[in-house]
Design a protein around this ligand. Structure first.
Ligand SMILES: O=C(O)[C@@H](O)[C@@H](O)[C@H](O)[C@H](O)CO
Ligand SMILES: [Mg+2]
Length: 402
């Protein structure tokens, strides 16, 4: 079997998505998500100008060999652009392998370890009351886990709060929107939000929160301790993780479970965090951390240290990524939870898929391969539209973490 051609499809049904499609000499094709929010065209070029020429003529069944060829052969290893490109190739090759085997990909990954894949939805609101109202709606929809993000008095905007209550798309402008941030004001609100949420939603529902890289380690320790009475499922991205030692300080001050890793692009970003048990959930994703092949290696390493998975699943990760993630999620032993920010109807039309929501879980497709496709004619109707993630400044103007 040989790869005879490949192409990159860029479409923007409400937001930009980049999809790699690999065609074989036996008429079977596979697809992979290559979307890197705010820097999409860099991955398009990496694939079109540097990766696809190396794929032609190769046997698509050699998933690991092609992965190693693209990773080691680039010389310049790791990073979000390189690894998003490799991820897309990996997803597409697993899609092909499933199709020629006549099996859903999870059957090639060891089969089911569970029936449903627990997901969490996103309740966000401008105020605590508004956020709780939305969370009640998610609970009524059957969600067993709900992320809570609310506005901060005195701040015009904050991470995770949007006008849409089912979708959240932060890439919002042709040039970066500038947000203003106050850690002090934020730290006053979140414990009140969680107290009100526990009161309103009860003891059983899992409650999550995304700090989005905005605290120092000692502030994260304080917030984690403030939240302990409300038993959060996790506190995510409490600090930036370039310096993995940050988490040693947080761990000294709180038992609130810690999640990190949605911006990680390989096991090397998480190795020290995992082996020193500095985190409880690793958030690396199929689309940004080397595809199914590499994410399985991360999960296997994490299993040794009681770290569970909690893959990123925002709207900027396409239904192709979600479909691939579910085959990974349903098969690994140390699955924790899957983020599930629903896509818009337009996006779902461009990417028909077999997975579906059922009583708080996503159910993986039984179709051979990944169980997702791309409607190229429809995709062509939504041309690329440059959009940047916001930048964040402190109230004194200092450029900060968004
Ligand atoms: O946990 C999350 O889903 C967030 O961190 C994302 O909304 C993230 O900001 C976006 O995926 C960035 O593109
Ligand atoms: Mg996050």
């Amino acid at each position: 079997m040989k790869i005879v051609s490949a192409k990159v499809i860029v479409t923007c049904p409400g937001r930009n998505f980049v999809t790699l499609k690999i065609m074989t000499d036996q008429g079977v094709y596979g697809i992979g998500d290559a979307t890197l929010n705010g820097r999409e065209l860099s991955v398009v070029s990496y694939l079109e100008d540097h990766v696809i020429p190396c794929l032609i003529g190769r046997d698509p069944q050699q998933i690991e060999d092609i992965w190693q060829y693209l990773y080691r052969g680039a010389y310049w290893r790791r990073g979000p652009v390189t690894m998003s490109a490799i991820s897309a190739v990996d997803m597409a090759l697993w899609d092909i392998k499933g199709k020629i085997a006549g099996l859903p990909v999870y059957q090639l990954l060891g089969g089911r370890s569970r029936t449903g894949i627990m997901v969490y939805g996103h309740a966000n609101g401008t105020s605590i009351e508004n956020t709780i109202e939305v969370a009640q709606e998610y609970k009524a929809m059957g969600y067993k886990a709900i992320r809570l993000q609310c506005g901060v008095p005195g701040l015009a905007s904050t991470y995770g709060v949007s006008k849409d209550k089912m979708f959240y798309e932060p890439a919002d402008a042709d040039l970066p929107t500038e947000n203003v941030w106050s850690t002090e004001a934020y730290m006053r609100v979140v414990p009140k939000l969680f107290a009100a949420a526990r009161e309103a939603l009860g003891e059983e529902v899992h409650l999550l929160h995304d700090v989005h890289h905005r605290l120092t380690p000692i502030e994260a320790g304080r917030l984690g301790r403030d939240l302990e009475p409300y038993r959060p499922f996790w506190m995510e991205d409490s600090v930036v993780a370039e310096n993995q030692d940050n988490f040693k300080l947080i761990r000294q001050h709180t038992t609130t479970p810690l999640a990190v890793g949605e911006i990680f692009s390989s096991i090397w970003d998480a190795k020290d965090l995992i082996q020193n048990q500095l985190i409880d959930y690793i958030r690396a994703t199929v689309v940004h951390a080397g595809g199914i092949s590499h994410l399985k290696k991360i999960a296997s390493f994490a299993e040794l240290y009681n770290v569970r998975t909690g893959c990123h699943g925002a709207t900027d990760l396409s239904p192709v990524c979600m479909a691939a993630a579910l085959h990974f999620d349903v098969s690994i032993p140390n699955f924790g939870i899957q983020e599930y920010m629903r896509h818009t109807p337009e996006t779902d039309e461009v990417f028909p898929h077999g997975y579906y929501f059922d009583k708080g879980d996503l159910m993986v497709s039984e179709t051979p391969g990944l169980g997702v496709d791309i409607d190229e004619d429809l995709a062509a109707k939504y041309p690329y539209k440059r959009a940047y993630l916001p930048v964040n400044r402190l109230q004194d103007g200092t450029l900060f973490n968004w």
